[in-house]
Design a protein around this ligand. Structure first.
Ligand code: ARG
Length: 489
């Protein structure tokens, strides 16, 4: 029964009439089944590696010539051909072929059409295994070099707004319950710190990935007199990788990059969530302009913070990419396994999603307009200065903090029963609870006094925030100028 089924299905899933792939046509008589071609091909997504692939091939070619493995004549024909291929791809004239599987074979096949048999010498002392490892490494390095200044620009946007709102009072929350008054600038600077750490993680990833896998060939190295140091140097790597097996099987840099993007995305998502909350009618802390909201097709009054919502949602995709890459790698024996071809889509998707999110966030931060009256009103409500009263009882009356906490709690209870703020209790009412309270207590019961008093290192006072914005500029943007968008840290 089973045999009969298989026999019946077999002709459908084979296309024996196709000619074998010319790359391995020596051993192969027939071409792949249609479905084999479909599952095997990566050109649909790895064409994004074309620039890195050609750059790597040029460096490899130069090294082969320098080592006398390739003639200068073949070398220059190959380089001319590769430049032409690059131009064809960039002008959109290149015809990508699924039959040629991936970007490496697409480029090489076109090179052969352009320059003839010399093209076949480029792959001397190289395998697609070290070639793809190189291309992806270069791609991740380029992605980091794109992302790094984008994150710096997001920090610049946050710092600009923190300067503007250094003294703007808002409620600080814990448990999303009003806790203590803070300044909006201080809140924005918290994210500057997070994105600073994110940049550090990307820089760490870059430093660790910056070794060249070229020369490992298929897995074991090469019998040709190659010089991997030359290709490493030409491609801006610090050194060649020490172990050829590791060189072709390592994808740590993909994992590290996606891990770094995941955490950055988590930070973006938290900020996006706050923007969504702050924009909502019950809060009205900020407003986004027409440029960063969308309307509703049915409710004319709506202004939806879609960019923030989508930034929040893209975090899900990026975290999905992290799970995907770890799961793909976790069961793989050394060295190269075709599973690794599946590293690219999660990688590209994580990078693309994060770039969009970072740019959209920088746009929203520059766009938003705070509503200081509303923020102050909410910050003043719900006994947000209760801690200031307790601290005053410690400093001025000499009560142990626990007792001061108790006294304050009693006073908050009395005020709540009367439906008034703490500063609306009379001195007599306060003295009935703690006889040593005097008139000067009223000096600490405003939100302005509360934030101004929090001058401890890292605290929320406007004076601190003004200083912290300057420090943040020099720590993260390299210089103190306002327009700094540099890459320094
Ligand atoms: N397209 C492949 C990948 O992305 C290239 C390496 C193929 N190597 C091989 N031995 N089949 O992983």
């Amino acid at each position: 029964m089973a045999r009969k089924n298989r026999a019946a299905r077999a002709p459908k899933s084979r296309s024996n009439t196709k000619r074998a792939n010319t790359m391995w046509g020596g051993r192969y008589k027939l071409g792949p089944a249609e479905i084999m071609e479909k599952i095997n091909a990566s050109i649909g997504f790895d064409r994004r590696l074309y620039a890195q692939d050609i750059t790597g091939s040029i460096a490899h070619c130069d090294m082969l010539v320098a080592q006398g493995i390739l003639t200068a004549k073949d070398g220059s024909a190959i380089k001319r051909g590769l430049a032409k291929v690059r131009e064809e791809i960039e002008s959109g004239r290149f015809k990508f072929s699924t039959k040629l599987e991936d970007i490496h074979m697409n480029v090489e096949a076109r090179l052969a059409e352009l320059i003839g048999p010399a093209a076949g010498r480029l792959h001397t002392a190289r395998s697609r295994n070290d070639q793809v490892a190189l291309d992806v490494r270069l791609w991740v390095r380029d992605a980091i070099d794109r992302l790094e200044p984008m994150l710096a620009d997001l920090q610049a946007a946050l710092i600009e707004r923190a300067e503007e709102y250094a003294a703007t009072i808002m409620p600080g929350f814990t448990h999303l319950q009003t806790a203590q008054p803070i300044t909006f600038g201080h809140h924005l600077l918290a994210y500057v710190e997070m994105f600073g750490r994110d940049r550090g993680r990307l820089a760490d990833c870059r430093a660790r990935l910056n070794e060249s896998p070229l020369g490992a060939a298929a897995l074991a190295g090469s019998p040709h007199p190659i010089d991997p140091r030359k290709t490493a140097k030409a491609l801006g790597f610090d050194r060649p990788m020490a172990n050829s097996l590791d060189a072709v099987s390592d994808r740590d840099y993909v994992v590290e990059f996606i891990a770094a993007t995941s955490l950055t995305a988590v930070h973006l998502s938290r900020l996006a969530e706050e923007i969504v909350i702050w924009c909502s009618a019950p809060f009205r802390f900020i407003a986004l302009s027409d440029a960063f909201t969308t309307g509703s097709s049915i409710m004319p009054q709506k202004r939806n913070p879609d960019a923030a919502e989508l930034t929040r949602a893209k975090t899900g995709r990026i975290l999905g990419s992290f799970v995907a890459i770890c799961t793909i790698l976790k069961g793989l024996p050394l060295t190269y396994q075709k599973d690794m071809q599946e590293d690219k889509e999660p990688l590209f998707d994580a990078a693309d999603s994060l770039e969009l999110g970072v740019a959209a966030m920088a746009g929203m931060i520059r766009d938003l307009k705070a509503n200081p009256q509303r923020m102050r009103a909410v910050a003043s409500a719900d006994y947000s200065v209760a801690t200031d009263l307790a601290d005053w009882l410690v400093r001025k009356v000499g009560l142990p903090f626990r007792q001061a906490h108790h006294v304050t709690g009693t006073l908050v209870g009395i005020a709540a029963d009367k439906g008034v703020d703490l500063d609306k209790l009379s001195l007599a009412e306060m003295q009935a609870v703690e006889p040593n309270i005097d008139r000067s207590v009223y000096g600490v019961l405003t939100v302005e006094a509360s934030v101004a008093a929090r001058k401890s290192l890292g605290g929320t006072s406007p004076a601190n925030v003004a200083r912290a914005t300057k420090e943040a500029r020099s720590r993260f943007l390299g210089r103190a100028s306002k327009s700094a968008k540099g890459r320094g840290r």
